[in-house]
Design a protein around this ligand. Structure first.
Ligand code: C2O
Length: 584
């Protein structure tokens, strides 16, 4: 073991024993609804944002620090904030998903989120976790190695840039979403993709609204790009003309360095990549374009401009730069280039580091869970729904998930009063075994029929070791689902196309040596028309949502919740709720 690794390992041990070096970082997030210019449209659109900005403030911490965020809700809507990827060990009341771990913060009220970022470092992010509000309520959460610890397990970069990818609607997304819910008609597609909140120069809009993000760089330096896909529903290809990347981390887990000129990133994911500015001095486009995994491939929305968004990487020390002609545009993959997407995901391998968490080798809880879309009929509360046509609902094991309305699931768990809030019968297996990914099943209405949404949990004993096979279904359309698990990282030990076969694909074929450790699997977890096998240890008591990070699927039920029982000691029990926990 090299000396630097030993320092790292002892730093991790110290972090368990004492918090002497750790800081307390305090921020105030004031959430308000304001007018911001529309993209390519005259007038302003009503936008809910933190401290008046989209993206909102960047939270920067060191491993071991305590983060304290006072959220003041001055908007007319209910708000919660989720710290995406933070384990929240011992602080389940700070996780944030509305009605899972807390009631929303009502207009005019406030709530303080208090948690420690221990045992994890890298790029994470925060976002609203109530309705479509996260379209504009989001920002970066960067966790650097603790002071005195070894820096990164890769060459120290000369600088770093945060790159937040997003989607923008010319309209109030909360209002758009409630209309979509009551009519049963899906939300319209976004009007633009954005990089750091700006649409770039491919939308051919008036100067005032057609703004572009600029990244100023110096020549022959190495920059760490912290790329976050904050889009609601779109996976992206990401390129910078004339430059290549070395991917060093994903979802705040270090990866074996991987060289590539294209990055693929699903909603919710983060990628850390080094980029060396070794091109001839000038201006280069950074570009994102959508990866459309769905089969059949949906037509691109009319009027959708270019299917790509841009930013500019500008060499500042090049005299000629300022008056250079338009920046060079990278050549993007076609939208349904699943080979490139799958190739990228399967190339990432966990970096072998002493002291890192390892995959559980034995398993005591096994689940096979289908994920996909199905049909149902309008719910009574969908007042403007066309009652003669089926509505599309998403489900896991044919259970479409509904959030409870009167008390949060964590509160019901803590008080041991689940009645009327949730039931403990989330199935370990699909109710029906069929040829899940057969193209012949597209539109098979009887098989695809999903009952009324319900709130079911899978209860896990403290420290249970779980293996879950996530199996995509082809009933309404094949599509990859970026599955996100709160409260834990999981290991992706295998993935493939078609139907998972426990004999063919199981046991001997699992990667138990250096699987990716992620807080979601994205395309890795459930490829289009395929499956993934994940493992995790249920060592974090509380109520933890698992859901598709496409908001358009989460909103129609592609979710479930793990109820993890408390352990034997006070430290392994769910603590009492904080005094300011919002009430419904
Ligand atoms: Cu990033 Cu449940 O979410």
């Amino acid at each position: 073991m090299s000396c630097s690794w030993m320092i790292l390992v002892s730093a991790v041990l110290v972090s368990v024993a004492s918090v002497a070096q750790a800081d307390v970082l305090e921020h105030t997030f004031s959430v308000a609804t304001l007018s911001l210019p529309r993209i390519c449209e005259p007038g302003n659109t009503s936008v809910t944002a933190v401290n008046g900005r989209v993206p909102g403030p960047k939270v920067e911490a060191r491993e071991g620090d305590t983060v304290v965020i006072h959220v003041i809700n001055d908007s007319p809507y209910n708000v919660t904030v989720h710290w995406h990827g933070v384990f929240q060990r011992g602080t389940p009341w700070a996780d944030g998903p509305a009605m899972v771990t807390q009631c929303p913060i009502r207009p005019g009220r406030r709530y303080t989120y208090r948690f420690t970022v221990a045992g994890q470092e890298g790029t994470l992010w925060w976002h609203a976790h109530s309705s479509y509000m996260r379209a504009t309520v989001y920002g970066a959460l960067v966790i650097r190695p603790r002071r005195g610890a070894v820096d990164y397990p890769f060459r120290k970069p000369d600088g770093e840039k945060t790159v937040l990818l997003g989607e923008w609607w010319n309209g109030d997304t909360v209002a758009l979403e409630s209309r979509s819910f009551s009519t049963g008609v899906p939300m319209p597609n976004a009007d633009a993709y954005t990089i750091n909140g700006m649409p770039g120069d491919l939308y051919h809009c008036p100067e005032r609204t057609n703004r572009i993000a600029k990244f100023k760089v110096r020549r022959d330096k190495t920059y760490l790009l912290r790329i976050i896909n904050a889009a609601l529903n779109t996976a992206f290809f990401f390129k910078v003309a004339g430059h290549t990347f070395t991917v060093v981390a994903a979802d705040a887990s270090y990866m074996d360095p991987y060289e590539t000129d294209v990055i693929v990133i699903a909603p919710g994911q983060t990628i850390d990549a080094l980029m060396t500015t070794d091109a001839s001095p000038g201006r280069y486009h950074m570009a994102i374009s959508s990866y459309q995994s769905a089969i059949p491939f949906p037509p691109m929305p009319a009027g959708f401009n270019g299917n790509a968004s841009t930013a500019v990487v500008e060499y500042v020390d090049a005299a000629a730069t300022a008056n250079a002609a338009s920046p060079v545009l990278p050549v993007m993959p076609v939208p349904n280039d699943t080979d490139t997407a799958h190739g990228f995901y399967t190339s990432l391998k966990a970096l072998d580091r002493p002291g890192r968490r390892t995959v559980p080798l034995t398993v005591d809880t096994r689940m096979l869970v289908t994920v996909g879309l199905g049909f149902s009929s309008c719910q009574p509360i969908q007042t403007q729904c066309n009652r003669s046509a089926p509505v599309v609902l998403a489900n896991m094991n044919n259970v479409s998930f509904a959030l409870p309305a009167t008390v949060s699931m964590l509160e019901a768990h803590y008080r041991n009063t689940p009645d009327g809030v949730y039931t403990r019968d989330f199935p370990d297996q699909p109710p029906l075994v069929f040829d899940y990914t057969s193209r012949g099943l597209l539109g098979n209405t009887p098989l695809a029929s999903t009952g009324s949404p319900s709130t079911k949990v899978k209860t896990l004993r403290y420290n249970a070791t779980v293996e879950m096979v996530l199996q995509n279904t082809a009933l309404v359309g094949l599509e990859s689902h970026p599955m996100h698990l709160h409260g834990f990282n999981f290991f992706v030990v295998a993935q493939g196309f078609g139907n998972y076969d426990g004999v063919e694909d199981g046991a001997g074929k699992l990667n138990l040596v250096n699987p990716q450790e992620r807080n979601k699997g994205a395309e890795v977890a459930v490829p289009t028309g395929g499956w993934a096998v994940i493992r995790f240890v249920a060592n974090n008591p509380g109520m933890w949502a698992m859901h598709c990070h496409l908001d358009s699927h989460f909103g129609i039920g592609l979710a479930m919740v793990f109820e993890v029982e408390s352990g034997p000691t006070a430290e392994t029990a769910v603590p009492p709720p904080p005094p300011d926990l919002p009430q419904c």
